[in-house]
Design a protein around this ligand. Structure first.
Ligand code: B4P
Length: 189
């Protein structure tokens, strides 16, 4: 059983790798971005609220995101382990996750940080914009999301490094090679 996080800047391959890792480990992937996008598509109250932030590349407010993750982690399918993709992104979200896990008597096994340079990230997200037309993959919004990562999420990464559970993985290169590196990091944790 593994409880883990995958963190990285937009375009670093979090969603891509999360799916593969969960397939290998038999655990459930929980992507806050995917949950928000599904709600936007379904025009739910949560989706209508999230959309205004997502389209600009801003974070959805912590209060909204934290409640959503708390509800999701209360479901039965996480008992055999889970991978959180894209959460936590702020220190307030780290505190919330700590509280959720402490209440459940659970701890995190490993936090994988995927790294890639900005030039590659922008190139990948431009490619995705052409394939999927995601509204937050335009040049200005991509830059803003990268800035937010530096300003608010790098400190999250530092917190997990201090706890000794951070595994930094090079996200550049062939997708299969990155998966192999991530799996090595998990096994070595
Ligand atoms: P996310 O859905 O998390 O968006 P993302 O950061 O772009 O990551 P994603 O997983 O989609 O992309 P990936 O790197 O796998 O968040 C979207 C928005 O939701 C946020 O901006 C925010 O508004 C909101 N949100 C989500 N979580 C939140 C939170 N906790 N708090 C507040 N707000 C939140 O892939 C990118 C592209 O690269 C793909 O096209 C992929 O095919 C390609 N790729 C991947 N690996 C590659 C490789 N090795 N080589 C070449 N291409 C590769």
């Amino acid at each position: 059983m593994t409880r883990m996080l995958i963190i990285g800047p937009p375009g670093s391959g979090k969603g891509t790798q999360a799916e593969r890792i969960c397939g290998e480990l038999g655990i459930v992937a929980i992507s806050t971005g995917d949950i928000f996008r599904a709600n936007v598509k379904g025009e739910t109250p949560l989706g209508l609220e999230a959309k205004q932030y997502m389209d600009n590349g801003d974070f959805v407010p912590d209060s909204v995101t934290n409640r959503m993750v708390r509800d999701r982690l209360a479901q039965d399918d996480v008992v055999d382990g889970f991978l959180l993709d894209g959460y936590p992104r702020t220190t307030a979200q780290v505190d919330e996750l700590d509280d959720i896990l402490a209440t459940a008597g659970a701890t995190l096994d490993v936090v994988v940080q995927l790294t890639a340079d900005d030039e590659e990230l922008v190139k990948r997200l431009h490619g995705r914009a052409q394939d999927t037309g995601r509204s937050d993959d335009t040049e200005a919004v991509i830059r803003h999301r990268l800035d937010l990562y530096r300003e608010q999420t790098e400190v999250v990464v530092a917190r997990y490094a201090e706890r000794g559970i951070l595994a930094k993985v090079d996200g550049l290169g062939d997708i299969d090679d990155v998966t192999a590196r991530v799996m090595d990091a998990i096994r070595g944790a």
